[in-house]
Every structure is written in structure tokens, then in C-alpha cells.
Write a protein that binds this ligand. Sequence first.
Ligand code: SAM
Length: 299
Amino acid sequence: MTENHNPEIGSGTRTRAIMEAYGLTFKKSLGQNFLTDLNILNKIVTAAEVSDADDVIEIGPGIGALTEQLAKAAHQVVALEIDERLIPVLGETLADYHNITVLHGDILATDLSALIAEHFDGQHPVKIVANLPYYITTPIVLHLLDEEADFASITVMMQKEVAERLTAHPGTKDYGSLTVGVAYSTDSEIAFTVPKTVFVPSPKVDSAIVSMKKKAANAYQPKNEVNFKRLVRGSFMHKRKSLWNNLLGFYGKDENIKSKLTLALKAAEIEPGIRAERLTVGDFVRLSDCLEDQGLSPK
Ligand code: SAM
């Protein structure tokens, strides 16, 4: 596919040469920590299970280190970069690959369904792969999970601490509304951790690759998805309070509401004195449905 005789973009020497040749500086405000380790780059492609049967969306290609490895493995790659300075650079560093489209844009303002319909043929599963900009890791993950877009998986690098929150088990300190949101629509796990030393410049924190595989669309079907999501957020509002006290906070405290809440909790077989961190996604779905049966809506 390529006649490129340069060392690969993800090697330290080539990265330095590209940065120098284009007079580029790293923009800290855009989370620009570029990967300079070919072994890690290839491990990401392997963890994402990308093959030539797949199309890939990459968020934040930088100067193209991961994009190049993805293009070698995938059918088509669309890479979306917010930093305008890098668009012409990517045009040159990736010139030898004919299965890459570089787009200038902000992932948080991008309609993924439209992007997929416009750039892919619909014949290949779409996988999202990225070394994420850490300043907006959580908004990006929430944006991807909120999208109705038809993609198969998300495999992304993030701060290790956030990775631990996303993949936490019920009853642990890292378990929260973000964990429940991820577990609602995906099966997630930490694929591997990554030391600070493989980036330029080195970030202050260690990193991890999280793999999130979309669950079947009907894995959980709450009666009212909007209210289910509000219930999850509200239940973790004050993490040290009991579920009961958090529920009173956003359903209301009058006696009529209290008795309906009691009936809903009883029907869902959930102890009011429990803390939200002990509830699984299935528990939240059951409770949400029982609250609907009582005609209760969060305020
Ligand atoms: N993929 C490259 C690598 O692994 O070396 C660069 C990763 S760097 C951690 C994050 C990249 O995301 C940067 O290139 C940055 O400019 C880009 N970026 C930051 N915010 C973005 C946004 N909202 N939408 C798209 N790209 C963004």
C-alpha cells in the first residue's frame, strides 16, 4: 500500500523531524501529547481488533502516528482533527495512504451518523479508535455513547484514573454515574496501561487503553430512557448519602411522593438505605421501571 521510505510517523525521530520541518509546537490546550512508540501504537490497533473488514473513525490524529498504523490494518479510516495547523501536515505525512480521509472538525460538534453515512460504504463495521485529548475525555465518551450512530466499538487511550472509573465494579470507590452510563450500552475493560514516557511531551498522569464494545440494542430497555438516565445521575448526586435521601432530593419530599417511592423500591426489591454505588445497571433499570409504574418523574 505504501512506498514510503521514511521511518514510521510514530517513531521518535520522525515525530521530531515532522515537528521541526513544519515549525510546530505542541498545543497543551488541545491535549496534544503525541505517541512515539510503535509497539504501543500497534498494541492499540490489536486491542481495537481492526482488520481490513473494518472502517475506522479516529479522533484527533495529531501528525498521524496512530492514523498510519490504522490505515495499514483497516479498510477505510476517517480522522477528525480540530487543530487547523495539522491538516496540511497530515496531507503530507499520510500522502502514501489512499484509504484515509482527514477532516477538520470538533468531535463534540460532529454528528457521527452523518459522518458514517457520508464517508463509509455501510458494508464494514465501524470502530472508533483514538489517543484522546485528556482535557475532554469524559465529554467525548459521553458524546459517543449518546449518539445513535451505528458503530461496533470504542477503543481509546485516556488517563488511567478515568479508565478505572469507566470500568469500575459495583461497590468500589470508582463506581459512579459514568460507570453505569458506560455499562448500560457497552461491555468495557481496560486493555492495557501505558507509561507517561511513550508520549511527547510526557503527560503528568499514567494512561490506559479502554475497550468498549457496544451491547446489543435491546440489552436494557427501560420504559423511559430519559428518566432512567436522570435517575442514575440523581442517585449519585451526593455519593455519601443513601439512595433514599438522593431520591427525595430529586423526586420531592411530600408524603404522597414518599409513599410512591417506598412502593417502587419495594417492587424493585431495593433497600432504601443502600448507597447508589452498590446498584448494578440492571438494578437501576428495574427501579426506573417501578418508578414509572408509580407515575413518578424526576423534578
Ligand atoms: N493521535 C495522535 C497520537 O496518538 O500521537 C495525537 C493524540 S493527542 C493526545 C490528541 C489530539 O486530539 C490532538 O491532535 C488534538 O489537536 C486533537 N483534538 C483535541 N480536541 C479535539 C476535538 N474536540 N476534536 C477533534 N480533535 C481534537
